[in-house]
Design a protein around this ligand. Structure first.
Ligand SMILES: *Cc1c(COP(=O)(O)O)cnc(C)c1O
Length: 364
């Protein structure tokens, strides 16, 4: 048996005809930038999340970058970020001219450690940028309380967490969240896409200006904006995908439940979920002390796995100027050496899930 890590075509199969009809409809509409398709998706995504405002942008990195800019983050400012995240989280801060200030995660949930955040606040800190990593919400009440105490902005990286709940509330139903619709994300387009949702009308208005050359009236430019708009074709596709997101999430949760039940019984370390968290399992991540050999054995058994992520941002060439070295963030480094993401696809069959479980138990 073969189990791919993620089969995007199979994940779309259920709504393939609807998606193709939408592609044709938008192609024939004569409206290809901004306009009604984008507005319709912004309204439905905002309603789904429970946020009053949604601005579609070109990708998740831009959602982060424009969100920070809209909050007034710029040169001289520090933004607290996780040491273990996809590099986009850091790059958004750097691209604003600000400095990413990494802190280590909690070892059980892999999400940013509020105590470490509190300890990292300086008089230049302007914002906290938590990531809901692997689809599991970070501890927002603890982070919000630190932010209130020190008058900091909070921008959440929700790229992996569409629909996740924190204390029964959907991520994004309060605060400001940057989303990615990269094809492999839980809500994925047929190309790049992103959005910012916020309960702050000023941040929403500023983001809309920034994404469109700083302009709300054609050829009148109020600020130095960029060109970063969510494509109407992708917006129409996303509207179809949104209608099946909860069903896809339920299948992810069922796969994760089966994995965890079997692995916990066998004494393998399974992802730990606080009782206030309803994760959406963007990724199901195991750790293994000899990860490369384990991955190879699974590969030989026909099971696709991916490492998220093999090199932490502070050890990337892109950040040599920050002066970090091996040992700067030992937990992020250890995670990078040990993590392995198992197949997690809404279209995965029960037989495939069972085959992954049997193989992991045999080969770990
Ligand atoms: C995917 C991802 C991003 C970036 O999204 P793009 O749409 O690829 O730019 C940012 N942060 C995290 C945690 C991600 O997983």
């Amino acid at each position: 048996m073969k189990v791919p890590f993620l089969d995007l075509k199979a994940a779309h199969a259920e709504v393939k005809d609807q998606i193709e009809a939408e592609l044709l409809r938008v192609a024939r509409s004569g409206s290809y930038v901004l306009g009604p398709e984008l507005e319709a998706f912004e309204a439905s995504f905002a309603a789904y999340i429970g946020s009053p405002h949604c601005a579609g942008v070109a990708n998740g990195l831009d959602a982060l970058r424009l969100g920070l800019s809209a909050m007034g983050i710029g040169p001289g400012d520090e933004v607290i970020v996780p040491s273990n995240t996809y590099i986009a989280t850091w790059l958004a801060v750097s691209q604003c001219g600000a400095t990413p200030r990494p802190v280590e995660p909690l070892e059980d949930t892999y999400n940013i450690d509020p105590d470490a955040v509190r300890a990292a606040v300086t008089d230049r800190t302007r914002a906290i940028l938590p990531v809901h990593l692997y689809g599991q919400p970070a501890d927002m009440d603890a982070l919000e309380s630190i932010a209130r105490q020190h008058d900091l902005s909070v921008l959440e990286d929700g790229a992996q967490a569409h629909g996740a709940r924190y204390k029964s509330r959907r991520i994004g139903s309060a605060g400001t969240v940057a989303w990615s619709f990269y094809p492999t994300k839980n809500l994925g387009a047929l190309g790049d896409g992103g959005a910012l949702t916020t309960d702050d009308g000023d941040i929403a208005a500023k983001t809309r200006l920034l994404r469109n050359y700083g302009s709300s009236v054609k050829y009148e430019n109020d600020i130095k904006g960029v060109n970063s708009r969510l494509d109407p074709i992708q917006a129409a596709v996303l509207n179809v995908k949104l209608s099946v997101l909860d069903a896809a999430t339920a299948r992810r949760q069922e796969i994760a439940r089966r994995y965890s039940e079997a692995f916990a019984e066998a004494g393998l370390g399974v992802p730990s979920v606080p009782d206030w968290a309803d994760p959406v399992w963007h990724l199901y991540v195991l750790r293994h002390p000899d990860r490369e050999a384990f991955q190879k054995r699974l590969d030989e058994a026909g099971i696709g796995t991916v490492i998220h992520y093999p090199i932490p941002p502070h050890l990337q060439n892109a950040y040599v100027d920050a002066g970090y070295a091996r040992g700067s963030f030992p937990l992020a480094e250890r995670l990078a050496d040990e993590v392995l993401s198992l197949p997690m696809c809404p279209a995965q069959t029960d037989e495939q899930t069972q085959y992954v479980i049997d193989s992991v138990l045999r080969l770990a």
